[in-house]
Design a protein around this ligand. Structure first.
Ligand code: ATP
Length: 252
């Protein structure tokens, strides 16, 4: 079954054709990479897939369901979660509360129950704490759950972003440059985390990345974007050896 099917996605900003005729087909459970030089349109594709931008043309289907042009919240509810190129955590909240914030759509209590601290409030809070802690354990962040997110080292903040995205129970996880700013050891740990997440959460991962060690280490297939259009796609080892890809990266 296809996790994601995208046909002829297009968007222009003024005269700039940022993404043109973009097709993508990803099998359920795949670990798939979207690569390309700076400004190629990769983040714009993520913004189109998550409803930040509405496409001028094209169709996006998640496990066969048309989600084209829906609002970001509706797309998230349908099963798409993402992380950002620049970390966007609630820095003044604890590690635990960052994950709990993502759970509020799933675990609900009424405002009335919240204000008057009714039993349903305590029951829901307990469930949320348990679920958030369980997710943090996967990322080995449970021991730091009560510290402020901003006090985590950089690599762990990135992991927390992924944990928070996973809390919404996605079918498809989009990671925008997850290894950006990481040292080599943190990158290796991240690669293991991404593999673990894919294997244990029954999800599909699509990631944008410039770090070729990470790309060749974990992505099974790739699509290469260049100037808003697909340059090539296929198995990672084949794609990375194509002369057109090497040329696009070297800017010759
Ligand atoms: N909202 C916008 N308005 C105008 N131009 C935009 C907008 N969003 C993106 N662009 C332009 O679209 C092009 C593609 O940008 P995008 O950020 O998608 O590239 P990218 O491949 O993610 O690059 P990088 O690897 O540097 O992050 C760029 O020329 C960018 O300036």
């Amino acid at each position: 079954m296809k996790a994601l099917e995208v046909k002829n996605l297009c968007i222009s900003f003024g005269g700039l054709r940022a993404v043109q005729g973009f097709d993508l087909s990803i099998e359920k459970g795949a670990l798939y990479g979207l690569i390309g030089p700076n400004g190629a349109g990769k983040t714009t594709v993520f913004n189109l897939l998550t409803g930040v931008y509405k496409p001028d043309e094209g169709i996006v289907k998640l496990e066969g369901k048309d989600i084209t042009g829906l609002k970001t919240t509706a797309i998230n509810r349908a099963g798409v979660a993402r992380t950002f190129q620049n970390i966007r955590l609630f820095k003044d909240m604890s590690v635990l509360d960052n994950v709990k914030a993502a759970l509020t759509d799933i675990y609900k209590y009424s405002t009335f129950a919240g204000i008057f601290r009714l039993p349903s409030y305590f029951k829901t809070e307990k469930l949320m704490n348990e679920k958030a802690t369980e997710i943090l354990e996967v990322f080995d962040l449970d021991k730091e759950k009560n510290i402020l997110a901003s006090n985590l080292p950089y690599g762990k903040q990135r992991k927390l972003e992924i944990a928070r995205a996973l809390a919404t129970n996605p079918k498809l996880l989009l990671l925008d440059e997850p290894a950006a700013g990481m040292n080599p050891n943190e990158t290796i740990e991240l690669m293991n985390t991404i593999r673990f997440v894919r294997d244990h959460f029954d999800i599909t991962v699509l990631l944008i990345e410039h770090d070729m060690k990470l790309v060749s280490g974990i992505c099974e297939e790739l699509t290469v974007l260049n100037f808003g259009e697909v340059l090539t796609k296929g198995k990672t080892s084949k794609v990375l050896n194509e002369p057109a890809v090497i040329t696009a990266y070297l800017g010759e």
